[in-house]
Design a protein around this ligand. Structure first.
Ligand code: ATP
Ligand code: MG
Length: 413
């Protein structure tokens, strides 16, 4: 893509009311636009990153046997009354129309997915089943000061699994622990992400959160480096040792939950009478698990971790483009313009995603923008490089550029 045709421009300052580093950098670089507290639009660059994250998650969900669907954001009030959450859920947005009819704006989808799936499950032969969606959620977050880490409207992948017995549920739940670890590794935050014991388990004592260590986090966790697991401070209670190795060598860290997995047992199947007939013809309630990941939160965490005073430094897997191609003074030297155009065509044909800075700006301005936007590899074509038959190549994470022979550049990438 030519940068001259990108409608967003970088800016020196983020809005004054923006205090989160992730949003500040993403706004300045043109990835997102703040509409109000906790509500952000994704602009072309930002949407490219979001799609990369989405595709990583989708591939893993499909491999885990998940069937993708898309449920509604508008949800019937009756369903929420049935589970009691119409009154008990503090962060539920309730919307009413001119006739006075009220509906919920979905903060999560148990109230939709259970009655839906109930229509299709009658026998143990219909189980197990797992379905998921990637969709916007709405929550009345009171403190929406963490940029895209905590939105009032935000994108979530939510998966729901349905099982005939505890053994089948547990096997799936264990499998999802591995799938989640793989997702965060693929997105580039594996090293800083810990499976964390938290409260709220139904079968077991714990539920499991995936917490990424960052100063921007709102949670405090205790990390056992030996086992690479953690406990959430909220649940620590009597648990003063690592639940796995029983060691008490914990370090306290700030972290944010990027995903979680939860055993729901019959919490939602019971109120909706979602049942099935087992082998003996006996009617039993369906057992459930749910598995969430916040896509915007994941993107925000990546920015919090992979950034410096100059801007963002995207991990390869989620970068909006792979290469930022910068031409310097093409007007002065038409050979530079031709060389950049050729390189762009060549790389694009090879399937490399290139953002080509073809704007009329000084080298300094272009470099500053490239550092802010944070594409992993920067290529520079200038009068000097053309004369030397090289291209200057620099990784965003490295300080110095190196010269690569023009004909070797594709190989290097
Ligand atoms: P938190 O404790 O941070 O509010 P939660 O327990 O409410 O999270 P869940 O209801 O389990 O979160 O939602 C599943 C996932 O959705 C979370 O693991 C997180 O990644 C993401 N998420 C939750 N709330 C938000 C939000 N307000 N903005 C962005 N992502 C969110
Ligand atoms: Mg919450």
């Amino acid at each position: 893509m030519k940068q001259s045709s990108l409608f967003t421009k970088t800016r020196k300052e983020a809005p004054k009311d923006e205090v989160a580093k992730n949003a500040e950098l993403l706004i300045r670089a043109g990835y997102i636009h703040k509409e109000m507290a906790g509500v952000y639009s994704y602009l072309p660059l930002g949407l490219r990153v979001l799609h990369k994250i989405e595709n990583i998650i989708r591939a893993h969900m499909n491999a885990a046997g998940g069937q993708e669907l898309l449920m509604t954001a508008f949800q019937p009030k009756e369903n929420w009354q049935k589970t009691g959450r119409w009154d008990s859920m503090d962060d539920l947005y309730k919307v009413s129309d001119s006739s006075g009819r009220e509906v919920a704006l979905g903060p999560t989808h148990e109230e939709i997915v259970v009655p839906l799936v109930k229509q299709f499950i009658s026998s143990y032969k219909d189980l197990p089943l797992s379905v998921y969606q990637i969709q916007n959620k709405f929550r009345m977050e009171l403190r929406a000061k963490s940029g895209i880490l905590r939105g009032r409207e935000f994108m979530m992948k939510d998966m729901y699994s349905f099982h005939a017995d505890e053994k089948d549920f547990s096997a799936y739940y264990e499998k999802m622990k591995g799938v989640y670890a793989d997702i965060f590794k693929a997105a580039g935050i594996g090293e800083k992400t810990y499976i964390t014991f938290a409260s709220g388990g139904t079968f077991s004592k714990y539920s499991h959160e995936f917490q990424t260590v960052t100063d921007a986090g709102e949670d405090v966790i205790y990390v056992c480096e030996k086992c690479r697991i953690a406990i959430n401070k909220e649940v620590r209670g009597e648990q003063k040792t690592c639940p796995q190795c029983d060691g008490n060598d914990f370090s306290e860290k700030r972290a944010i939950e990027v995903g979680n997995i939860f055993d729901l047992k019959t919490k939602y199947s019971a109120p909706f009478e979602a049942t099935f007939k087992d082998e003996k013809g006996q009617v039993r309630p369906i057992l459930m698990g749910c598995y969430g990941i916040g896509l915007g939160r994941l993107m925000g965490v990546i920015v919090e971790i992979f950034s410096d005073e100059k801007g963002i430094a995207w991990p390869h897997a989620v970068a909006p483009f792979t290469v930022h191609l910068i031409e310097i003074n093409p007007k002065k030297n038409p050979v530079v313009a031709k060389e950049a155009a050729d390189l762009y065509d060549e790389l694009t044909k090879d399937g490399v995603e290139v953002l080509w800075d073809d704007r009329e700006m000084t080298a300094g301005e272009k470099f500053a923008d490239a550092d802010l936007i944070g594409i992993p590899t920067r290529l520079v074509v200038s009068e000097k490089t053309v004369n030397e038959k090289v291209v200057e190549m620099k990784l965003r994470t490295e300080k110095d550029a190196k010269k690569v022979a023009r004909e070797k550049i594709a190989e290097h990438l």
